[in-house]
Design a protein around this ligand. Sequence first.
Ligand SMILES: Cc1cc2nc3c(=O)[nH]c(=O)nc-3n(C[C@H](O)[C@H](O)[C@H](O)COP(=O)(O)OP(=O)(O)OC[C@H]3O[C@@H](n4cnc5c(N)ncnc54)[C@H](O)[C@@H]3O)c2cc1C
Length: 341
Amino acid sequence: MESLSNFTTLRVGGPAQKIVHAHTEDELIEFVKAADKSGEQVLILGGGSNLLISDSGFAGTVIRVESKGNALDYDACSGGMIEVSAGEDWDKFVELTIEKGFADLESLSGIPGTVGGAPIQNIGAYGHEVSETIARVRAFDRKKSEIITFTNEQCKFSYRNSIFKEESDRFVILNVTFQLRKGEQSLPIAYAELAMHLSVNIGDRAAITTVRSAVLELRGRKGMLLDTSDSQIHSAGSFFVNPILSQEIADKLPADAPRWPQTDGRVKTSAAWLMEHSGVSKGEKLAGAQISNKHVLALSNSGNATANDIVELAKMARAKVFEKFGIKLQAEVQMIGVNLE
Ligand SMILES: Cc1cc2nc3c(=O)[nH]c(=O)nc-3n(C[C@H](O)[C@H](O)[C@H](O)COP(=O)(O)OP(=O)(O)OC[C@H]3O[C@@H](n4cnc5c(N)ncnc54)[C@H](O)[C@@H]3O)c2cc1C
């Protein structure tokens, strides 16, 4: 039985009862249908960059999405509609769009994983989210055994969430269609650190190639790229989401805590800030698990961690934040066979 640690960026996870590799959309649907028919548990696996799988592994069929290909429908007025298979590598796709002169994905450079994984938690970085560019998502509905096309609105995107995450046992993403502008200028820069790095103001635009390089550099400094040269540190990126609080709870935070007002009147704060101000330190270790020495939000495998070590480290960080601020951090990473309670 093959170990799932070979398929996750955290490099933890026990054996899978069965792993199959879906190279085409048809194969993906057939594997899902067959597993559902025989009543097996199913785990859809993309790049494994947002997964924490237990040391006992997965007692069912793991279906790895490896379908490739994209189709560009270019119209000079509306820009490009690009339909991309779920198994394509996300960052290679972003790089390709920039090479071909399409804008809008530059801020999302360097995020690991697959194109099919991107809508699940509505990936975001540097003030932009993938939902800003998605026109349609085609998915296989396991409940109705049919293919459905979701419009952007039907995807119910919100901060690190979507209908696909809410109903994760139901929809298998087959491909995603992006609507991108043709052009050299980026979306308005929406993140202070990036604006400073580019020497522009928030709301300004810059060349898409320059924005991509800047984002890759900033991500590299924080250990937020999949760094194959650093074989000792493996992570799943940010382990916790930024909490969204009621105004009343946000008012109780210290004055210097980050506060990002939301359209619904609530306030988002920074999970990293809460951790750092609760005594969680970069580089801190618990058995083989470690708080990254570059970014406090990245819980890492320093070489020989088990999934349990990562869980214990996450629990420790969560307990410290709860004790200090009364806020329960929620995991961004999808957990299979483990939990933080
Ligand atoms: C170093 C690093 C940096 C990161 N930085 C960011 C960041 O800046 N912003 C951000 O938002 N995320 C970030 N992430 C998290 C991660 O890269 C994204 O969430 C990514 O989109 C996950 O895609 P994946 O293909 O690896 O999905 P996986 O980890 O394989 O799966 C994640 C979830 O999606 C489901 N899934 C995957 N593919 C499909 C499919 N085709 N159909 C249905 N379900 C599917 C899985 O079952 C699972 O529940 C980072 C991760 C790492 C390791």
